[in-house]
Design a binder for this molecule. Structure first.
Ligand SMILES: CC(C)(COP(=O)(O)OP(=O)(O)OC[C@H]1O[C@@H](n2cnc3c(N)ncnc32)[C@H](O)[C@@H]1OP(=O)(O)O)[C@@H](O)C(=O)NCCC(=O)NCCS
Length: 209
C-alpha cells in the first residue's frame, strides 16, 4: 500500500517503519525458521521471491505492512536499521466489496523480544492506524489452533472467537470497532507519534549535535 510508504509510527518500545527492500535480507533469514513458518502458516520463499513479495506488499492497495523496530536500539544512530528489526505487522483488506474489513497479522520474529508486551503494543498501534487512516471498522485474526500465545494475545485485546475451521485448523477472532472501542483505542494510543519516515532516516544519518 502506498499510503504508509513515508510513515513511521513511534510507540513506547517500538517504531514501525514501512517495509523496504533494505529489510528483505533479514526478513528472509527469519522466514527460514520452521517454527515461524508453522506459526505464521507461511511457505519458505527464495530471496528473489521475498523481494517480489516486499514489492507487492508495498504496491498493492489491499496490503499495508510495517516493520517493527526496537526503539531503544534504533535511537542509537550507530546501529543499522536492519539490526533493529524485531518483526512485522500487516493489515490485509480481504474483501474487495468491503474495504472496512481488515485482517491483522503480526510476527515478533526475534524470540528474545516475545512475552514482553511488544505484540500487544504493536497490535494496538496498527489497529489505531487502520481505524484512523484506512477507515477499518472490523478486524479479523485467523490463527492456527496450536498457536495458543497468539490466540491469548488477541483475546486479551478483546477480540471474540467467531468460528473454528477444522479443515485449516484455524480459529477466527474478530473485533468490531464501535464508538466505544474507537474512543478507548485512541485514548490508549494517545502517545503514539506519527512522523515522516524520510525525515527520521535523514535525522539518523545526520544526528543533531
Ligand atoms: C504471538 C505474538 C505476536 C505475541 O506477541 P508477544 O509480544 O510475544 O506477546 P505480549 O508479550 O504482548 O503478550 C500478549 C498476551 O499474549 C499472551 N502471552 C504472551 N506470552 C505468552 C506465553 N508464553 N504463554 C501464554 N500466553 C502468552 C498473554 O495473554 C499476554 O498478555 P498479558 O501479558 O497481559 O497476560 C508473538 O509471540 C509472535 O509473533 N510469535 C511468533 C509468530 C506468531 O505466532 N505470530 C502470530 C501468527 S497468527
Amino acid at each position: 500500500m502506498k499510503i504508509n510508504e513515508n510513515t513511521s509510527l513511534e510507540g513506547q518500545r517500538v517504531v514501525l517503519v514501512p517495509y523496504n527492500a533494505e529489510h528483505v535480507p533479514r526478513y528472509h533469514e527469519w522466514m527460514k525458521s520452521p517454527e515461524l513458518q508453522q506459526l505464521t502458516a507461511s511457505e519458505p520463499l527464495t530471496l528473489e521471491q521475498e523481494y517480489d513479495m516486499q514489492k507487492s506488499w508495498r504496491e498493492d492497495d489491499d496490503k499495508c505492512t510495517f516493520i517493527i523496530l526496537d526503539k531503544q536500539r534504533w535511537t542509537d544512530t550507530s546501529v543499522e536499521e536492519e539490526q533493529c528489526m524485531v518483526g512485522d505487522v500487516n493489515i490485509f483488506l480481504t474483501d474487495p466489496t468491503d474495504p472496512s474489513l481488515a485482517e491483522l497479522e503480526i510476527m515478533i520474529a526475534e524470540p528474545s523480544y516475545r512475552g514482553k508486551g511488544i505484540g500487544k503494543e504493536v497490535t494496538r498501534m496498527m489497529m489505531c492506524y487502520g481505524v484512523t487512516k484506512l477507515g477499518v471498522k472490523k478486524f479479523q485474526a485467523k490463527i492456527g489452533l496450536d498457536n495458543q500465545v497468539s490466540i491469548a494475545m488477541f483475546k486479551k485485546l478483546d477480540f471474540q472467537e467467531v468460528s473454528v475451521c477444522k479443515v485449516f485448523k484455524e480459529v477466527t477472532l474478530e473485533m468490531t470497532v464501535d464508538e466505544s472501542v474507537r474512543t478507548r483505542l485512541l485514548e490508549d494510543m494517545a502517545d503514539m507519534k506519527e512522523r515522516d519516515y524520510r525525515q527520521t532516516c535523514s535525522d539518523r544519518r545526520e544526528p543533531v549535535s
